[in-house]
Design a protein around this ligand. Structure first.
Ligand code: CA
Ligand code: CA
Length: 381
C-alpha cells in the first residue's frame, strides 16, 4: 500500500513537472522547422532611432526627431526577407488566400492596382528565392501566426524600432555600408543604373544609385552583402512591413521600442526602401506608411521571434496523458478511502482538489503552449 502511494505520488509529480517546466529548446537554433525562415539572434541593446537633423531621410520629416530606444530583451529576426518558397509552404499548409490584386508598375512606368496580379504573379519574373510581394499586412501577420502555431515560438512582425535596430547593425550611418556611393550596389538592390537603363530613364543621380546592381525588380534574397548583424537586404530589395501604426514623426515614440499604437492604425509603417523607389528611401531611418490592405510589387516582410520559448511545438496530446492516467488510477484509492471514512463533507475537497488541479494544469499548459494567448501577440485590426 505504501509502495502504491509513493508510486502514485511520483506519477503525480512527474505529470505536474511535464506541465509546468518549459521544454528545452536551443536558443541558438537558426531555423525552427524545415520550412521556417532562417533566424539570426540579436542581443538586447540601445540605439538612436531616426534621422539626424541634417539628414535628408524623407520628404515629410517623419523620420525625426531622433529618439533613444532601449530594447531590453534579445530577439531573433529573419536573416532574409520571407521568400516566395517560404510563403508558398504557408499557403499550402493553411489554404490562406491573400486578396487578389496588386499595386504594380505598368509598362509605361506608371503604378496602378492591377486585379489580375498576385503574390504568385506580381507582374515580373521571380525565383522561389525572391522575396514574396503583393502581400498585405494581414497576410504577413497570418504567416507569422502560422509559424507560431507550428513551432510554438512567438513569431510576429517587427516593431518599427526593432526593425531599425536590426537594420543599423550598430551603425549610426544612414546606410550600413557607409557613405561610399559605389558600395551601394554591393549591399543593396535599389534603384540603380540597371533599372534606369531598362526603364529608359535618365540616370538621375538624385534618384538612382550611380552603379549597376544587376536587378531591375526584386533579387533573390541574400545576394547582396549583409550588415554587421549578418542580415541581408535590410535596405533595398523589398520594403518591409512593420507592425507599428503610422505616425507622421517620431515625437512620442516609446523609448522601450514597443509597438506604437497612437497613430493611424489603418496604416502600418514600412521600412528599408526597395527596388522601386528613389535611393533616398534606401536608408536606415526612412519611413513610409501603407494601408493595411496594401499589396504591392515592392512590398514584402520579414519576421521576428521573441527569445522566450513558448514551447517546442504544438500542444502534444502525450502531455495530457499522465494527468489523465493519474485520474483514472486515483479512482480506486479514493473509492476505498470514501468507504473507510464515510462520505462526509471532506469528500468534496478530496474530489475537487485533484479535479480542479487537473483543469488548472490544462489552463497553465494552454497558456504556455498556445501562442494565441501570448501577450506580445499583435492584434489583428
Ligand atoms: Ca536594382
Ligand atoms: Ca528589404
Amino acid at each position: 500500500m505504501r509502495h502504491q502511494r509513493v508510486s502514485l505520488m511520483r506519477s503525480t509529480i512527474a505529470a505536474l513537472l511535464l506541465v509546468l517546466l518549459p521544454t528545452a529548446v536551443d536558443a541558438q537554433d537558426t531555423r525552427d522547422c524545415t520550412q521556417c525562415p532562417e533566424m539570426v539572434p540579436l542581443p538586447a541593446g540601445s540605439f538612436v532611432m531616426g534621422a539626424t537633423p541634417d539628414e535628408n531621410a524623407d520628404d515629410y520629416g517623419s523620420s525625426k526627431p531622433q529618439v533613444r530606444v532601449t530594447l531590453s530583451s534579445a530577439f531573433a529576426i529573419g536573416k532574409y526577407e520571407v521568400t516566395r518558397q517560404e510563403f508558398a509552404a504557408f499557403v499550402a499548409a493553411t489554404g490562406h488566400r491573400p486578396l487578389p490584386g496588386c499595386f504594380a508598375r505598368r509598362s509605361d512606368g506608371e503604378w496602378e492596382r492591377q486585379p489580375s496580379l498576385s503574390w504568385r504573379n506580381p507582374g515580373f519574373a521571380q525565383t522561389d528565392r525572391d522575396p514574396v510581394v503583393c502581400v498585405s499586412s494581414a497576410d504577413a501577420r497570418a504567416y507569422a501566426e502560422w509559424l507560431r502555431r507550428i513551432t510554438g515560438r512567438n513569431y510576429r512582425l517587427p516593431t518599427e524600432a526593432e526593425w531599425e535596430y536590426a537594420a543599423r547593425g550598430g551603425s549610426p550611418a544612414a546606410r550600413y555600408w557607409g557613405a561610399d556611393p559605389s558600395a551601394a550596389c554591393r549591399h543593396a538592390n535599389g534603384p540603380d543604373l540597371t533599372q534606369a537603363d531598362a526603364f529608359n530613364h535618365k540616370s538621375d543621380p538624385d534618384y538612382f544609385f550611380q552603379c549597376a546592381d544587376g536587378h531591375v525588380y526584386t533579387a533573390p534574397v541574400g545576394l547582396f552583402a549583409p550588415n554587421a548583424f549578418g542580415l541581408h537586404d535590410m535596405l533595398g530589395n523589398v520594403w518591409e512591413w512593420t507592425d507599428d501604426c503610422w505616425t507622421t514623426s517620431h515625437a512620442g515614440a516609446p523609448a522601450t521600442g514597443d509597438r506604437r499604437r497612437d497613430g493611424d492604425c489603418h496604416m502600418r509603417v514600412v521600412r528599408g526602401g526597395g527596388w522601386n523607389y528613389g535611393h533616398v528611401a534606401v536608408h536606415a531611418a526612412f519611413r513610409e506608411g501603407e494601408d493595411l490592405q496594401q499589396r504591392g510589387g515592392h512590398l514584402g516582410f520579414r519576421v521576428v521571434r521573441d527569445q522566450r520559448v513558448v514551447s517546442s511545438g504544438p500542444l502534444p496530446m502525450a502531455e495530457f496523458l499522465p494527468l489523465l492516467i493519474f485520474h483514472v488510477l486515483a479512482i480506486p484509492p479514493f473509492w476505498m478511502l470514501f468507504r473507510r471514512v464515510g462520505l462526509g463533507r471532506w469528500w468534496v475537497l478530496i474530489v475537487l482538489v485533484p479535479v480542479v488541479g487537473f483543469w488548472l494544469g490544462l489552463v497553465v499548459l494552454a497558456w504556455r503552449r498556445w501562442p494565441t494567448f501570448d501577450r506580445k501577440m499583435t492584434p489583428h485590426e
